[in-house]
Design a protein around this ligand. Structure first.
Ligand code: K1U
Ligand code: ZN
Length: 167
């Protein structure tokens, strides 16, 4: 088991765009396993590789209460989206901050799984929000980017203060 450090705002490495995975091999599977350990320990329901300073297009998620529904998305693409829904979101890179964010209500994602096989999955509710949130991380985007500049700068200042006080 390996727990990896999660980058927090305002770390500029969270803004990097992740590169596609060329081959799903044992090194990628080991990384996926470490990402699950890190996500479950946090605890969170999702984690993008960007958040652990690995700039590859890999996401792990599990919305179950007993770690029984792990989902791996490698090189995810949104192939369909419909409607709008506002949900409260958190982010392991912005600890302690929760905001209402409006995103597509229903999405279909196409990705490779841990075994390297392509699959498609339709999602709604929290899973749809989580998929979009994690895919944003891979493009260097945070939920802060959907807020007003004033709200965003207040949150960044709060995070900077928390980090100064933690030193
Ligand atoms: O990507 C991340 O930062 C993880 C984030 C995912 C997410 C949460 C809510 C809406 C969209 C995306 C989190 O997991 S924040 C923590 C959280 O939601 C949670 C933690 C423990 C139990 C249940 C939820
Ligand atoms: Zn996040």
């Amino acid at each position: 088991m390996a727990l990896l450090d999660i980058l927090t705002v305002p770390d500029v490495r969270l803004q990097k765009i992740a590169r596609p995975v060329q081959e799903v091999d044992d090194s990628i599977r080991a990384l996926v396993d470490d990402m699950f350990d890190t996500m479950y320990d946090a605890p969170g329901i999702g984690l993008a590789a960007t958040q652990i300073n690995v700039h590859k297009r890999i996401v792990v998620m599990d919305l179950s209460e007993d770690k029984s529904e792990p989902i791996v998305l490698i090189n995810p693409e949104l192939v369909a989206q419909d409607g709008e829904k506002t949900m409260q979101e958190g982010c392991l890179s912005i600890p302690g901050v929760f905001e209402d964010i409006t995103r597509a209500a229903v999405v279909t994602v196409r990705a490779l799984g841990r075994d390297g096989a392509e699959f498609e999955r339709e999602a709604d509710g929290l899973l749809a929000a989580c998929i979009q949130h994690e895919m944003d991380h891979l493009d260097g985007k945070l939920f802060l980017d959907y807020l007003t500049p004033l709200k965003r700068s207040r949150i960044v200042k709060k995070m900077e203060k928390q980090q100064r006080n933690a030193r």
